[in-house]
Design a protein around this ligand. Structure first.
Ligand code: APR
Length: 277
């Protein structure tokens, strides 16, 4: 059982300060303070929308035929927080790391907040809600802006509030997603059972194997193969640091991302202190 204590803190600060290559492996916890719910916390997303029904395309399409209102509610609850979200102090501190070390972000999140904060090397191993994929070719064919997602969320809300029929909703959504039979566009996100995007996944594995430190921020490590990333880094000899309110393996720094990441970046590179908490 790992204990969060000042020894872990000093180890983390010194490891980062001496690192040449750092991987930041992020999960939903890094965006929690931006208003995006996590998946497996007490109030987690999967508690409201069971993944066996919602986290795969077949389940979603089957439900769309029998209970379109419930699917609209699910999609609204995915899109609305992301459309409104802004990077928090954790995202901004992760961006500042690039001034001091070669930093690669491997994120499981689809909210694009790392890029919005200014991180320049971000590997989205679960895709992005902002990219639209042509299912027949697998190619990204369009990139949404926040206002597009906000417009889609507003249309879904009107349908959920019975101010718009399902046909009117689908017709209005066609400007964003094509539903015509021959070409099917959909958000370029990875649901359960999907392959991870390439070369993104291979690049993420290589970054993990080459880094000196892997800083894991806000992930339960419950979903594979993404959860292999810290294991690849550890097997290659990297120091593994975990920032999470809940107990973690490795050097666990207990706390929220918004509080701990800025403090860690400051102690490692932005102050001449010896890194005491
Ligand atoms: N700061 C840091 N960590 C936090 C915060 C916070 N403010 N709030 C919650 N956490 C931690 C939780 O303690 C938990 O360990 O973030 C983690 C969130 O875990 P999950 O909800 O399981 O999210 P994640 O690990 O990203 O899930 C991985 O599962 O359902 C799939 O595709 C989905 O990418 C997702 C993957």
């Amino acid at each position: 059982m790992s204990v969060s204590n000042s020894d872990n803190w000093i180890t983390a600060v010194m490891a980062l300060r001496n690192a040449r290559q750092v991987v930041v492996f992020s999960g939903a916890g890094v965006s929690a303070q931006s208003g995006i719910p996590t998946f497996r916390d007490e109030d987690g997303f999967w508690k409201r929308f069971p993944p066996e029904q919602f986290a795969n395309w077949r389940g979603l399409l089957q439900m769309a035929a029998t209970n379109p209102h419930r699917v609209a509610e699910f999609v609204y609850n995915v899109i609305s927080p992301i459309a409104a979200a802004k990077p928090n102090e954790a995202h901004l501190a992760i961006t500042r790391m690039e001034q001091y070390v070669s930093a690669t972000v491997v994120t499981q999140n689809i909210d694009r907040l790392h890029q919005l904060a200014g991180s320049t090397r971000v590997l989205e191993v679960h895709g992005s809600l902002f990219d639209i994929q042509d299912v027949s070719t697998g190619k990204k064919i369009r990139q949404f802006q926040h206002q597009d997602l906000a417009a889609v969320a507003a249309l879904l809300k009107e349908y959920m509030d019975m101010q718009r029929s399902i046909l009117s909703l689908l017709n209005s959504l066609r400007q964003f997603y094509s539903f015509d039979l021959n070409i099917n566009y959909r958000p370029d996100i990875v649901l359960f059972g999907d392959d991870l995007p390439e070369p993104t996944w291979s690049d993420a594995c290589r970054s993990a194997e080459q880094c000196d430190v892997l800083l894991s921020v806000g992930t339960s490590g419950a979903v594979y193969p993404a959860a292999m990333i810290p294991e690849y880094a550890s097997a290659a000899g990297a120091t593994i640091i975990n920032i999470d309110p809940q107990p973690c393996d490795g050097y666990w720094l207990q706390g929220t991302a918004g509080e701990m990441v800025p403090r860690l970046v400051k102690a490692a590179w932005e102050s001449d202190q010896n890194g005491d908490e």
